[in-house]
Design a protein around this ligand. Sequence first.
Ligand SMILES: [Zn+2]
Ligand SMILES: [Zn+2]
Length: 346
Amino acid sequence: MEVLDTLYNEVVGFLGISQAWEILQSGNYSTFKTYDGVVSLIYPIIPLLLILELILGLIYKKPDTKVYKINFLIYIFNRFIGRFIAIAMITICIGLFQKYAPFQTEMTWYWFVYAYIIWEFAHFLYHYWGHKVRLFWCLHSTHHAPENMNLSVTHAHFFLEAPYADTIRTTVCILLGVQPELLFLIMFIDGTYGAFIHIGENVIKDARFGPLNKIMLTPSHHRVHHARNPLYMDTNFCNLLNIWDHVFGTYQEEEKEVKIEYGITREMDSGNFMDVYFGEFVALFRDVIKAPGIKNKMLYIFMPPGWSHIGDHKTSKVTRAAYFKDNPTYITQNKWKLTKNLKSEV
Ligand SMILES: [Zn+2]
Ligand SMILES: [Zn+2]
Protein backbone atom coordinates (compact mmCIF):
# COMPACT_ATOMS: atom_id res chain seq x y z
CA MET A 1 0.00 0.00 0.00
CA GLU A 2 1.99 2.94 -1.32
CA VAL A 3 -0.41 5.56 0.09
CA LEU A 4 -0.12 4.12 3.60
CA ASP A 5 3.68 3.99 3.28
CA THR A 6 3.79 7.65 2.22
CA LEU A 7 1.47 8.62 5.06
CA TYR A 8 3.58 6.64 7.55
CA ASN A 9 6.77 8.37 6.32
CA GLU A 10 5.10 11.79 6.53
CA VAL A 11 3.96 11.19 10.13
CA VAL A 12 7.41 9.89 11.16
CA GLY A 13 8.98 12.88 9.37
CA PHE A 14 6.68 15.37 11.12
CA LEU A 15 7.36 13.83 14.52
CA GLY A 16 11.12 13.97 13.85
CA ILE A 17 11.63 10.48 15.27
CA SER A 18 13.19 8.69 12.26
CA GLN A 19 16.83 9.14 13.40
CA ALA A 20 16.15 8.08 16.98
CA TRP A 21 14.10 5.13 15.73
CA GLU A 22 17.00 3.97 13.53
CA ILE A 23 19.42 4.12 16.48
CA LEU A 24 16.98 2.18 18.67
CA GLN A 25 16.58 -0.48 15.99
CA SER A 26 20.36 -0.81 15.49
CA GLY A 27 20.73 -1.59 19.22
CA ASN A 28 23.84 0.61 19.34
CA TYR A 29 22.62 2.85 22.18
CA SER A 30 26.01 4.50 22.72
CA THR A 31 25.23 6.53 19.54
CA PHE A 32 22.88 8.63 21.73
CA LYS A 33 25.99 10.10 23.37
CA THR A 34 27.28 11.47 20.04
CA TYR A 35 26.24 14.80 18.46
CA ASP A 36 23.93 13.01 15.97
CA GLY A 37 22.42 11.00 18.81
CA VAL A 38 21.69 14.09 20.90
CA VAL A 39 20.19 15.84 17.87
CA SER A 40 18.00 12.79 17.17
CA LEU A 41 16.54 13.16 20.67
CA ILE A 42 15.99 16.92 20.39
CA TYR A 43 14.13 16.80 17.06
CA PRO A 44 10.97 15.13 18.44
CA ILE A 45 10.61 17.51 21.43
CA ILE A 46 8.65 20.25 19.64
CA PRO A 47 6.26 17.93 17.69
CA LEU A 48 5.56 15.96 20.88
CA LEU A 49 4.94 19.19 22.81
CA LEU A 50 2.56 20.24 20.03
CA ILE A 51 0.56 17.04 20.52
CA LEU A 52 0.61 17.46 24.31
CA GLU A 53 -0.63 21.03 23.85
CA LEU A 54 -3.46 19.85 21.60
CA ILE A 55 -4.49 17.22 24.19
CA LEU A 56 -4.35 19.78 27.03
CA GLY A 57 -6.43 22.10 24.86
CA LEU A 58 -9.06 19.40 24.50
CA ILE A 59 -9.01 18.72 28.26
CA TYR A 60 -9.34 22.43 29.11
CA LYS A 61 -11.88 22.73 26.27
CA LYS A 62 -9.74 25.46 24.69
CA PRO A 63 -8.32 23.65 21.65
CA ASP A 64 -7.98 26.72 19.30
CA THR A 65 -9.36 24.46 16.54
CA LYS A 66 -9.34 27.19 13.91
CA VAL A 67 -5.63 27.89 14.42
CA TYR A 68 -4.66 24.19 14.31
CA LYS A 69 -6.74 23.56 11.20
CA ILE A 70 -5.32 26.45 9.17
CA ASN A 71 -1.73 25.83 10.32
CA PHE A 72 -2.05 22.15 9.43
CA LEU A 73 -3.16 23.12 5.90
CA ILE A 74 -0.23 25.54 5.65
CA TYR A 75 2.18 22.85 6.86
CA ILE A 76 0.98 20.47 4.14
CA PHE A 77 1.12 23.21 1.50
CA ASN A 78 4.67 24.29 2.42
CA ARG A 79 5.99 20.80 3.05
CA PHE A 80 6.63 20.17 -0.62
CA ILE A 81 8.07 23.44 -1.91
CA GLY A 82 9.32 26.04 0.58
CA ARG A 83 11.85 23.82 2.34
CA PHE A 84 13.68 22.86 -0.85
CA ILE A 85 13.94 26.42 -2.13
CA ALA A 86 15.31 27.55 1.27
CA ILE A 87 18.00 24.85 1.29
CA ALA A 88 18.97 25.82 -2.28
CA MET A 89 19.26 29.50 -1.28
CA ILE A 90 21.52 28.68 1.70
CA THR A 91 23.83 26.63 -0.58
CA ILE A 92 23.93 29.39 -3.22
CA CYS A 93 24.70 32.12 -0.64
CA ILE A 94 27.54 30.11 0.90
CA GLY A 95 29.02 29.48 -2.56
CA LEU A 96 28.72 33.14 -3.59
CA PHE A 97 29.88 34.95 -0.46
CA GLN A 98 32.29 32.77 1.53
CA LYS A 99 35.29 33.95 -0.52
CA TYR A 100 34.64 37.58 0.52
CA ALA A 101 34.75 36.90 4.28
CA PRO A 102 37.79 38.60 5.84
CA PHE A 103 38.36 35.64 8.20
CA GLN A 104 36.81 32.27 9.11
CA THR A 105 35.57 31.17 12.53
CA GLU A 106 36.55 27.84 14.06
CA MET A 107 34.63 25.36 16.18
CA THR A 108 35.48 26.90 19.58
CA TRP A 109 33.18 28.27 22.28
CA TYR A 110 34.21 31.89 21.78
CA TRP A 111 33.63 31.73 18.02
CA PHE A 112 30.30 30.09 18.80
CA VAL A 113 29.33 33.11 20.93
CA TYR A 114 30.52 35.48 18.17
CA ALA A 115 28.60 33.53 15.50
CA TYR A 116 25.42 33.46 17.60
CA ILE A 117 25.49 37.26 18.11
CA ILE A 118 26.00 37.73 14.34
CA TRP A 119 23.19 35.25 13.61
CA GLU A 120 20.81 37.14 15.92
CA PHE A 121 21.73 40.38 14.14
CA ALA A 122 20.97 38.80 10.75
CA HIS A 123 17.72 37.39 12.14
CA PHE A 124 16.82 40.85 13.49
CA LEU A 125 17.38 42.38 10.02
CA TYR A 126 15.23 39.82 8.19
CA HIS A 127 12.50 40.02 10.81
CA TYR A 128 12.51 43.83 11.11
CA TRP A 129 12.21 44.24 7.33
CA GLY A 130 9.50 41.58 7.38
CA HIS A 131 7.46 44.04 9.45
CA LYS A 132 8.60 47.35 7.97
CA VAL A 133 8.65 46.71 4.19
CA ARG A 134 5.13 46.08 2.87
CA LEU A 135 6.24 43.51 0.26
CA PHE A 136 8.11 41.48 2.89
CA TRP A 137 5.15 41.87 5.27
CA CYS A 138 3.09 40.03 2.62
CA LEU A 139 5.45 37.07 3.15
CA HIS A 140 5.59 37.36 6.94
CA SER A 141 1.97 38.22 7.79
CA THR A 142 0.82 34.58 7.44
CA HIS A 143 2.82 33.91 10.61
CA HIS A 144 0.99 36.69 12.46
CA ALA A 145 -2.54 35.83 11.34
CA PRO A 146 -3.41 33.27 14.11
CA GLU A 147 -5.56 34.79 16.84
CA ASN A 148 -4.37 32.31 19.46
CA MET A 149 -0.90 31.14 20.41
CA ASN A 150 0.18 27.51 20.28
CA LEU A 151 3.03 25.46 18.80
CA SER A 152 1.24 24.97 15.48
CA VAL A 153 1.91 28.69 14.81
CA THR A 154 5.55 27.64 14.26
CA HIS A 155 4.39 26.12 10.97
CA ALA A 156 2.35 29.13 9.86
CA HIS A 157 4.59 30.65 7.19
CA PHE A 158 4.16 31.68 3.57
CA PHE A 159 6.26 29.24 1.52
CA LEU A 160 8.61 31.96 0.19
CA GLU A 161 9.35 33.35 3.64
CA ALA A 162 12.00 30.76 4.55
CA PRO A 163 13.99 31.37 1.33
CA TYR A 164 13.77 35.15 1.95
CA ALA A 165 14.83 34.79 5.61
CA ASP A 166 17.63 32.33 4.91
CA THR A 167 19.06 34.41 2.06
CA ILE A 168 19.50 37.41 4.38
CA ARG A 169 20.63 35.42 7.42
CA THR A 170 23.10 33.22 5.52
CA THR A 171 24.56 36.14 3.53
CA VAL A 172 25.22 38.26 6.64
CA CYS A 173 26.72 35.36 8.61
CA ILE A 174 28.91 34.10 5.77
CA LEU A 175 30.21 37.59 4.91
CA LEU A 176 31.13 38.08 8.58
CA GLY A 177 33.21 34.90 8.61
CA VAL A 178 30.83 32.37 10.20
CA GLN A 179 31.87 28.97 8.83
CA PRO A 180 29.06 26.80 7.39
CA GLU A 181 29.37 24.03 10.05
CA LEU A 182 28.89 26.57 12.84
CA LEU A 183 26.06 28.22 10.90
CA PHE A 184 24.20 24.90 10.58
CA LEU A 185 24.65 24.18 14.30
CA ILE A 186 23.21 27.60 15.17
CA MET A 187 20.37 27.16 12.67
CA PHE A 188 19.45 23.93 14.44
CA ILE A 189 19.49 25.47 17.93
CA ASP A 190 17.69 28.59 16.72
CA GLY A 191 15.06 26.58 14.82
CA THR A 192 14.30 24.43 17.85
CA TYR A 193 14.16 27.36 20.27
CA GLY A 194 12.29 29.46 17.71
CA ALA A 195 9.59 26.77 17.65
CA PHE A 196 9.48 26.49 21.45
CA ILE A 197 8.77 30.22 21.98
CA HIS A 198 5.34 29.61 20.39
CA ILE A 199 4.29 27.38 23.29
CA GLY A 200 0.69 28.18 24.23
CA GLU A 201 -0.87 29.27 27.49
CA ASN A 202 -2.52 25.83 27.80
CA VAL A 203 0.94 24.38 28.58
CA ILE A 204 2.78 27.34 30.16
CA LYS A 205 0.58 30.12 31.47
CA ASP A 206 3.18 32.60 32.65
CA ALA A 207 6.10 32.25 30.23
CA ARG A 208 8.30 34.99 31.65
CA PHE A 209 10.53 32.39 33.34
CA GLY A 210 11.47 34.64 36.30
CA PRO A 211 14.93 36.21 36.08
CA LEU A 212 15.53 34.61 32.65
CA ASN A 213 13.10 37.19 31.22
CA LYS A 214 15.75 39.84 31.91
CA ILE A 215 18.60 38.16 30.07
CA MET A 216 17.08 36.26 27.14
CA LEU A 217 14.05 36.14 24.89
CA THR A 218 11.28 34.06 26.50
CA PRO A 219 7.95 32.83 25.05
CA SER A 220 6.43 35.79 26.94
CA HIS A 221 8.45 38.23 24.77
CA HIS A 222 7.39 36.39 21.64
CA ARG A 223 3.73 36.47 22.70
CA VAL A 224 4.17 40.24 22.89
CA HIS A 225 5.61 40.17 19.37
CA HIS A 226 2.49 38.38 18.10
CA ALA A 227 0.15 40.92 19.71
CA ARG A 228 -1.78 43.60 17.84
CA ASN A 229 -2.21 45.88 20.90
CA PRO A 230 -0.68 49.30 20.12
CA LEU A 231 1.74 48.98 23.07
CA TYR A 232 3.14 45.71 21.72
CA MET A 233 3.10 46.23 17.93
CA ASP A 234 6.42 45.76 16.12
CA THR A 235 8.53 44.91 19.17
CA ASN A 236 10.80 41.96 20.16
CA PHE A 237 12.21 40.91 16.78
CA CYS A 238 14.98 38.68 18.22
CA ASN A 239 14.81 34.93 18.74
CA LEU A 240 16.93 33.77 21.68
CA LEU A 241 19.29 36.56 22.71
CA ASN A 242 17.43 39.87 22.67
CA ILE A 243 20.48 42.11 22.66
CA TRP A 244 19.59 43.67 19.30
CA ASP A 245 16.10 44.63 20.50
CA HIS A 246 17.83 46.52 23.33
CA VAL A 247 20.31 48.12 20.94
CA PHE A 248 17.67 49.24 18.43
CA GLY A 249 15.00 50.21 20.99
CA THR A 250 12.41 47.60 20.01
CA TYR A 251 12.40 45.77 23.35
CA GLN A 252 9.03 45.41 25.12
CA GLU A 253 8.04 43.32 28.12
CA GLU A 254 4.60 41.80 28.69
CA GLU A 255 2.73 44.22 30.96
CA LYS A 256 0.37 42.44 33.36
CA GLU A 257 -2.49 44.89 32.87
CA VAL A 258 -2.31 44.92 29.06
CA LYS A 259 -3.70 41.54 27.99
CA ILE A 260 -2.30 40.26 24.71
CA GLU A 261 -4.64 40.22 21.72
CA TYR A 262 -3.11 37.96 19.06
CA GLY A 263 -3.36 38.61 15.34
CA ILE A 264 -2.95 41.44 12.85
CA THR A 265 -4.78 44.75 12.56
CA ARG A 266 -6.21 44.19 9.05
CA GLU A 267 -9.85 43.04 8.93
CA MET A 268 -9.52 39.38 8.01
CA ASP A 269 -10.90 35.89 8.45
CA SER A 270 -8.22 33.92 10.30
CA GLY A 271 -10.12 30.68 9.60
CA ASN A 272 -9.84 31.14 5.83
CA PHE A 273 -6.70 29.61 4.31
CA MET A 274 -6.76 31.90 1.23
CA ASP A 275 -7.10 35.04 3.36
CA VAL A 276 -4.36 33.97 5.80
CA TYR A 277 -2.04 33.00 2.96
CA PHE A 278 -2.71 35.56 0.20
CA GLY A 279 -4.78 38.30 1.89
CA GLU A 280 -1.90 40.78 2.28
CA PHE A 281 -0.89 40.35 -1.38
CA VAL A 282 -4.44 41.14 -2.45
CA ALA A 283 -4.56 44.23 -0.19
CA LEU A 284 -1.19 45.44 -1.54
CA PHE A 285 -2.29 44.83 -5.12
CA ARG A 286 -5.43 46.93 -4.55
CA ASP A 287 -3.41 49.81 -3.05
CA VAL A 288 -0.89 49.73 -5.91
CA ILE A 289 -3.65 49.78 -8.54
CA LYS A 290 -5.46 52.76 -7.02
CA ALA A 291 -2.28 54.79 -6.23
CA PRO A 292 -1.63 57.69 -8.63
CA GLY A 293 1.74 57.70 -10.42
CA ILE A 294 4.59 55.23 -10.51
CA LYS A 295 6.33 56.78 -7.47
CA ASN A 296 3.32 56.22 -5.19
CA LYS A 297 2.88 52.70 -6.52
CA MET A 298 6.52 51.88 -5.65
CA LEU A 299 6.18 53.52 -2.23
CA TYR A 300 3.22 51.25 -1.40
CA ILE A 301 5.45 48.24 -2.13
CA PHE A 302 8.44 49.38 -0.07
CA MET A 303 7.09 51.62 2.70
CA PRO A 304 5.83 50.09 6.00
CA PRO A 305 2.34 48.52 6.15
CA GLY A 306 -0.22 51.26 6.83
CA TRP A 307 1.60 53.91 4.77
CA SER A 308 -0.79 55.98 2.66
CA HIS A 309 -0.11 58.28 -0.32
CA ILE A 310 -2.59 60.85 1.01
CA GLY A 311 -0.66 61.10 4.27
CA ASP A 312 -3.31 59.37 6.38
CA HIS A 313 -0.78 56.84 7.71
CA LYS A 314 -1.86 53.95 9.93
CA THR A 315 1.62 52.52 10.46
CA SER A 316 2.64 50.97 13.78
CA LYS A 317 4.78 54.07 14.48
CA VAL A 318 1.76 56.38 14.22
CA THR A 319 -0.47 53.98 16.20
CA ARG A 320 2.08 53.58 19.01
CA ALA A 321 2.83 57.31 19.20
CA ALA A 322 -0.92 58.00 19.67
CA TYR A 323 -1.10 55.27 22.31
CA PHE A 324 1.84 56.68 24.31
CA LYS A 325 0.27 60.13 24.19
CA ASP A 326 -2.90 58.75 25.85
CA ASN A 327 -1.06 56.35 28.17
CA PRO A 328 1.99 58.20 29.52
CA THR A 329 2.41 55.67 32.38
CA TYR A 330 4.16 53.31 30.00
CA ILE A 331 6.59 56.03 29.07
CA THR A 332 7.92 56.42 32.60
CA GLN A 333 7.89 52.75 33.65
CA ASN A 334 11.05 51.84 31.83
CA LYS A 335 13.01 54.93 30.98
CA TRP A 336 15.68 53.51 28.73
CA LYS A 337 13.33 51.50 26.59
CA LEU A 338 10.56 54.05 26.27
CA THR A 339 12.54 57.21 25.76
CA LYS A 340 14.10 55.34 22.84
CA ASN A 341 10.67 54.31 21.61
CA LEU A 342 9.38 57.85 21.89
CA LYS A 343 12.27 59.22 19.88
CA SER A 344 11.56 56.85 17.04
CA GLU A 345 7.80 57.42 17.17
CA VAL A 346 7.94 61.11 16.15
ZN1 LIG B 1 7.11 38.85 13.19
ZN1 LIG C 1 6.31 33.73 15.91
